[in-house]
Design a binder for this molecule. Structure first.
Ligand SMILES: Cc1ncc(COP(=O)(O)O)c(C=O)c1O
Length: 326
């Protein structure tokens, strides 16, 4: 019989490597300011983003409760990281996946999803009311009806979404022995934000939450406006958000996300996506108001590779960002 191999670097399977991402000291990012900065590097999740955690929690919970079984079909509307996180959890668990997307999906995400074996259903026209989001949801409902043994994780409403991020905050808190003054979190469903908030409350931590939202997102109010970068922001209010747990909200536009990405890459050699850039820019705006010696952590949500055609493509930036009136 083979001796069983046990070592912290040996993992049971790929899904057991989701989470436990490193917290990296960002000492070069803003050296002129006397604060302690850390980045939670979620790119190191196996499918590349913080949404690996959410997807795994939603799928594992549904399998544990019997709502979902091997061979079933998962159907979800998402055109980004959640879809990729689901694709990973589904292929591992022998589940079929249909992702409903709209024409704004980027080509590299389509290629990644296809590689994982997901079926892609693209809506071509926005709904008369509610735009592409509504059109995608209508298609999800139609597919659920016509597909036997199908399951909709519904990341916007499923309580397992924030539950996934209780663990995210646990990891940060353990690494810093509970000593964290500010946590900067990009928001979309607000699952991350609210999961961290729950942990902070239960453990009576001193951490204040700073939510980072997109200009043109409606999460914290305001009119919806066109946004070019995926990840953070939403065109409809969050079902999870409790504004009373949020210390402050900072809105960032696409240009600030691009600038933040460049700063992270040039100063820390960290190649991250748009919401990470947004969090960096939000933190930069906020730093002057912080007491000296404050300790801050930034949730850095995904990898730069997904934005090679946009944020990291100088022609795209020149066309869509630099020339855009700010
Ligand atoms: C890279 C990235 N950062 C942040 C978020 C926001 O996370 P949440 O939906 O938990 O608010 C997302 C959501 O898709 C994301 O993809």
């Amino acid at each position: 019989m083979k001796p069983s191999l046990q070592h912290p670097l040996i993992k049971n399977n790929i899904l057991s490597t989701v989470g436990h991402t490193p917290l990296i000291s960002l000492s070069r990012l803003f050296p002129e300011v006397e604060v302690d900065l850390f980045g939670k590097f979620e790119s190191l999740n196996p499918a590349g983003s913080i949404k690996d955690r959410t997807a795994l929690q939603l799928i594992s919970h549904a399998m544990e409760t019997g709502e979902l079984q091997q061979g079933d079909t998962v159907i979800e509307s998402s055109s980004g990281n959640m879809a990729i996180g689901l694709a990973q959890a589904c292929i591992f668990n022998h589940l079929k996946l249909i992702v409903v997307v709209d024409p704004n999906i980027n080509l590299s995400t389509v290629k990644i999803l296809k590689a994982y074996g997901a079926r892609i259903e693209q809506v071509s026209e926005p709904a008369e009311e509610g735009g592409y989001l509504e059109a995608r949801l209508q298609r999800v409902h139609a597919l659920l009806e016509e597909t036997e043994n199908s399951f909709w994780p519904n990341q916007y409403k499923n309580p397992q979404n924030p539950i996934a991020h209780y663990q995210t905050m646990h990891e940060i808190s353990m690494a810093l022995h509970g000593q964290l003054d500010y946590l900067f979190v990009a928001t979309s469903t607000c699952g991350t934000l609210m999961g961290c908030a729950e942990y902070i409350k239960e453990h009576a931590l001193p951490t204040k939450l700073v939510a980072v939202d997109a200009v043109g997102s409606v999460i914290f109010g305001g009119e919806p406006k066109k946004r070019l970068l995926q990840g953070h922001g939403a065109g409809k209010p969050s079902q999870f958000l409790d504004k009373s747990v949020v210390h402050d909200v900072i809105k960032v536009d696409d240009k600030e996300c691009v600038e933040g990405c460049r700063e992270l890459l040039n100063r820390e050699a960290m190649f991250c996506g748009g919401s990470s850039g947004g969090v960096v820019s939000a933190c930069k705006k906020y730093l002057p108001s912080l007491p000296k010696g404050s300790r801050c952590a930034l949730l850095l949500g995904d990898r730069g590779e997904r934005y090679l055609d946009t944020i990291y493509n100088p022609e795209w930036v020149a066309k869509h960002i630099t020339c855009q009136p700010s």
